[in-house]
Design a protein around this ligand. Structure first.
Ligand SMILES: [Zn+2]
Length: 265
């Protein structure tokens, strides 16, 4: 009898261990949520950071592919801006996951979607933190991120995108939300360090983002585009692709590749 129990425990612990993500690595996942953004970062210390939530419940399926089934905590949740393709997935996520901190820009739009969102936060007793450009969030000695831009007064919500530069050891990720060229100019004028190995291309590869000047300043080796198959906007736009090719980065698109992941030890 004892032998059977011990054997069962060995099998169970082996199973749990195989499902447990490697705790010594940082993982960055560009989730395949169709036409929208959702980026999940899992720190070596076990924190989960989710930037944007995609347009629908596909977010839950994608997060479920990456996190083990018992992991139901999101340490930081960020909404870059209040467009459906960046936030709708969060509504259901908040029912299923315990979210510790919510980071947002200062914009408070007067619309139905925003009201659903704030009602949901109130229901879960979460008070969002409003971020400002230049602020830095330190997760550990090796992992931190800086808010590069977080405007709130533009009529086009895309221009209010919270832009983040995530740094882990020597690797940097520029995460642009849907920021357009005007915002990129503002970032260039700010003098903040934006040189990065990885760029989450602004606005799903729209031609109204990713100026050559900005791309040259970031000088990424890898450019990731999050866009949906046969999307009605024609993202990514060939003009933007040409500019990305001009700076000779490797282009990766969730539309073609599905879930895109990077791991660093
Ligand atoms: Zn978008």
């Amino acid at each position: 009898m004892y032998k059977i129990i011990i054997l069962a425990l060995i099998i169970l612990s082996g199973l749990l261990f195989s499902l447990w993500p490697d705790k010594h690595n940082l993982s960055v996942y560009f989730l395949d949520v169709g036409q929208g953004d959702a980026i999940l970062i899992c720190s070596p210390e076990g924190q989960n950071i989710l930037i944007d939530g995609g347009p629908d419940n596909k977010l839950l399926a994608e997060v479920g592919k990456v996190l083990p089934w018992w992991s139901k905590e999101i340490d930081y949740l960020v909404i870059t801006h209040y467009h459906a393709d960046h936030m709708m997935g969060f509504i259901e996520l908040l029912n299923k996951y315990k979210v510790k901190h919510v980071l947002v820009g200062a914009q408070q739009p007067d619309n139905f979607l925003y009201n659903i969102w704030t009602d949901k936060l109130a229901e879960q007793n979460i008070k969002p933190t409003i971020v400002k450009a230049g602020e830095r969030f330190v997760v550990s000695d090796e992992l931190n991120w800086q808010i590069i831009l977080a405007d709130s007064t533009h009529e086009d919500y895309n221009d209010n995108s919270v832009v983040i530069r995530l740094s882990y050891k020597e690797q940097d990720f520029m995460l642009m939300g849907d920021l357009g060229i005007e915002g990129e100019e503002k970032i260039l004028a700010s003098g903040l360090d934006i040189d990065s190995e990885y760029l989450k291309v602004g606005h799903h590869g729209s031609r109204y983002a990713s100026s050559v000047e900005f791309l040259q300043a970031v000088s990424p080796e890898i450019c990731i585009i999050q866009s949906g198959l046969d999307n009605k906007y024609g993202h990514p736009d060939q003009e933007a692709i040409d500019r990305l090719e001009h700076i000779a980065c490797q282009i990766m698109n969730t539309q073609e590749l599905g879930l895109i992941s990077f791991e660093f030890d």
